[in-house]
Ligand binder design. Structure first.
Ligand code: SAH
Length: 292
């Protein structure tokens, strides 16, 4: 297998880097990306919906694709600052537990759940999604929106999701994927730069996830490629860095406060755009069920 399709870091190094990255940049992500730390969803190139509305749309599309039934008990594996969890609680009456590696994200997500009036059914904590510690069959749905690419052991992650699902429960994942044909050396290099700057472990081609679901004993697997629906995220990238351009001194304040992470953060936007343009990166979604 291509080396760009294998873990880029050792797990302890990666987990330290993820914790530092999200603890350190929690405000910056919120300023530049908003609450939702993930792609947007657009119908077509003619669809001019703004980025934040498109991010909410992606959550709704993924909930329909799963599908997430009203009132489900959901594990949000890799919850960020809680945007999906809060939306699933508000729109579908779900009860959600969100887990992340970042203490700062837990704090921010908890404050947001209070502000949104859903704190009675949405909670957040630090836990590793590859070994959550929840009892077997705890959830109706496991939801992983753009966190799977950060998991070094994808098989362990999917097996853990299967274990905590009740029989008949649904796993739904949206994750950055690799093209399903061999990558040349410069394409692999581009992926490795993205792994470093976004603190990502590695990506896999979409069909590989169908095999991993089968290996974990899941059934009813369905995968789709949403690359065309998510592409505009990077075409609007100027929009993401606009606050920085409006006030260049902001960058220097950030550099003083946060160090080199800032340059990596800014640099990562054109890298992702390149990966989409060159067809190296695909946006994959899949859902599967635990056998009844
Ligand atoms: N799903 C959120 C956040 C995506 S950012 C959203 O769409 O807004 C990636 C998230 O995955 C971060 O919160 C990070 O802490 C989390 N993550 C990465 N690896 C993890 C692991 N092993 N266990 C738990 N969370 C993890």
């Amino acid at each position: 297998m291509d080396t760009a399709l294998e873990p880029h870091w050792t797990t302890p190094d990666l987990h330290d880097a993820i914790r530092n990255h999200y603890d350190n940049l929690v405000d910056l992500y919120e300023d530049l990306w908003g609450e939702h730390i993930h792609h947007g969803f657009w119908d077509s190139r003619e669809d001019k919906t703004d980025r934040h509305t498109a991010q909410e749309r992606l959550v709704d599309e993924l909930a329909s694709f799963a599908p997430v039934a009203r009132g489900s008990r959901v594990l949000d594996a890799g919850c960020g600052i809680g945007a999906s969890a809060i939306r699933l609680a508000a729109t579908l009456g779900c009860e959600v537990e969100g887990i992340t590696l970042s203490e700062e994200q837990v704090r921010r997500a908890t404050a947001k759940a209070h502000a949104a009036g859903v704190a009675d059914r949405v909670t957040f904590r630090v836990a590793d999604a590859m070994a959550t510690g929840y009892p077997d069959a705890s959830f109706d749905v496991v939801w992983a929106l753009e966190s799977c690419e950060l998991m070094p052991d994808k098989a362990a992650f999917i097996a853990e999701c299967a274990r905590v699902l009740r029989p008949g429960g649904v796993l739904v994942v949206a994750t950055w994927c690799a093209r399903d044909t061999a990558l040349d050396e410069s394409e692999s290099r581009l992926l490795r730069r993205i792994y470093r700057d976004f603190v990502v472990s590695h990506v896999l081609p979409i069909p590989e996830y169908e095999r991993l679901c089968e290996k974990a004993g899941l059934t009813g697997t369905r995968a789709e490629d949403w690359t065309e629906n998510t592409r505009a995220t990077w075409e609007l990238s100027s929009d993401i860095v606009r606050p920085l351009l409006r006030d260049p001194s902001y960058i220097w304040r950030l550099v003083r406060a946060k160090g080199i992470d800032i340059f990596r953060f800014i640099n990562s936007v054109p890298l992702m755009r390149q990966a989409y343009d060159r067809g190296v990166m695909r946006y994959g979604v899949f859902r599967a069920e635990r056998r009844p």
